[in-house]
Design a binder for this molecule. Structure first.
Ligand SMILES: Cc1ncc(COP(=O)(O)O)c(C=O)c1O
Length: 360
């Protein structure tokens, strides 16, 4: 069977490695930006309670979950569409708004699912060069053509960790033609400490051509459950509700999401932990002679100067059971990305990386 040529041009997404066979037997996985503290207690309890109802189809409209999200974020639940991860919302948007040969703009080192979902829809991904590993909004506006349908911006961005402030985004939106959709991917919003940052929900009603995507995969520690959501203007919510499958979000994901929203202490602890270790790891790795990019996420992008040096270090650490993320697919092969793990993992990762640098 022959698939459409546009599909065969897609390089499949490769997730963070999770396996290593070190002599120590210990594996520290810092390759996928998963929460440092695992699954919140309330979510574990919800999973136990859920077991007896697994034979029932889910509520296709995610009514209870959307109403809990609406309450927490001060959003009309009718403007929320849930997905099996925010990946699914990204994919729905491309399916709904991108026709073959339409263009979709994203920043050069933006999240890989933007070009992939664009190509699945038959569209043309248009990567726009960044300035110092930060999205260049002026260059993105200049890249707009009469074929442009969507602009994707992760804020903060994975894997660079850089962010755009609220005033910059508002100015950008004032200049963006109204028929072009801006998707603000706020997957890492909970980790941001910059005071001039906004996850962007106010832009949805202020401009009408903005969708904000959020996820339960990062700070809520539910990457394996697959739950994300989009905050959309009403007309776009209506479109996405036509695109999505009738039961796209499992009932397990729905009960976990509702439980997770009640985990205020877990979230506060995770935020404090992330801020502390992001700073501490950044200082220690800089002292070890590495270039560490400023990050507002739960990860650090670290440059080794050359692809060879980055890969040698990755393999050496993997031998010792520490898994870091390769960055070649993002056009940053001289870098590795290190997710913030729990304290013991961070101590070991920092000391092992420092020792490696001292001996190389
Ligand atoms: C910027 C960004 N957006 C979206 C996602 C996808 O998250 P989800 O697990 O909700 O599909 C990720 C996951 O790594 C991400 O880094």
């Amino acid at each position: 069977m022959q698939a459409k040529p546009s599909i065969m041009n897609i390089a499949p997404y490769v997730g963070g490695e999770s396996k290593a066979s070190p002599a120590s037997g210990r594996v520290i996985k810092l390759s996928s930006n998963e929460g440092a503290f695992g699954v919140p207690k309330g979510v574990k309890e919800a999973i136990q309670r859920y077991a007896d109802t697994a034979h029932r189809y889910p509520d296709g409209g995610c009514i209870e979950l959307r109403s809990a999200l609406g309450l927490k974020y001060g959003i009309d639940p009718a403007h929320i569409v849930c997905g099996a991860g925010s990946d699914e919302i990204i994919s729905f948007l491309c399916q709904a708004y991108v026709s073959p040969r339409d263009e979709v703009i994203y920043s050069r080192h933006g999240f890989l699912m933007y070009p992939i979902s664009t190509q699945v829809a038959g569209g043309i991904p248009v990567p726009v060069p960044e300035q110092e590993l930060r999205a260049d909004l002026q260059a993105m506006l200049s890249a707009v053509t009469d074929k442009t349908k969507i602009i994707f911006l992760a804020n903060p961005n994975n894997p660079t960790g850089s962010y755009l402030n609220s005033a910059e985004l508002r100015a950008f939106l004032m200049s963006l033609p109204k028929h072009i959709l801006l998707v603000l991917d706020s997957a890492y919003a909970e980790f941001v400490t910059a005071p001039d940052y906004s996850a962007g929900h106010e832009f949805v009603s202020d401009f009408g051509n903005v969708v904000v995507t959020r996820t339960f995969s990062k700070i809520y520690g539910m990457g394996g459950v697959r739950l994300g959501w989009g905050h959309c203007p009403p007309d776009i919510a209506d479109v996405l509700n036509r695109v999505r499958g009738p039961f796209n979000v499992s009932s397990l994901a729905q009960v976990c999401g509702i439980a997770a929203l009640g985990e205020a202490q877990f979230i506060a602890d995770s935020q404090a932990h992330n801020t502390f270790w992001r700073e501490r790891a950044s200082e220690a790795l800089t002292q070890a002679g590495l270039r560490v990019y400023p990050s507002q996420g739960n990860f650090l992008l670290v440059s080794f100067g050359t692809a060879e040096k980055a890969e040698s270090c990755r393999l050496a650490l993997k031998d010792q059971g520490i898994i870091l993320r390769q960055m070649g697919a993002y056009g940053l092969s001289e870098c590795l990305r290190i997710s913030i793990g729990h304290p013991e993992e961070m101590e070991i990762a920092i000391s092992t990386l420092t020792a490696y640098m001292n001996n190389s």
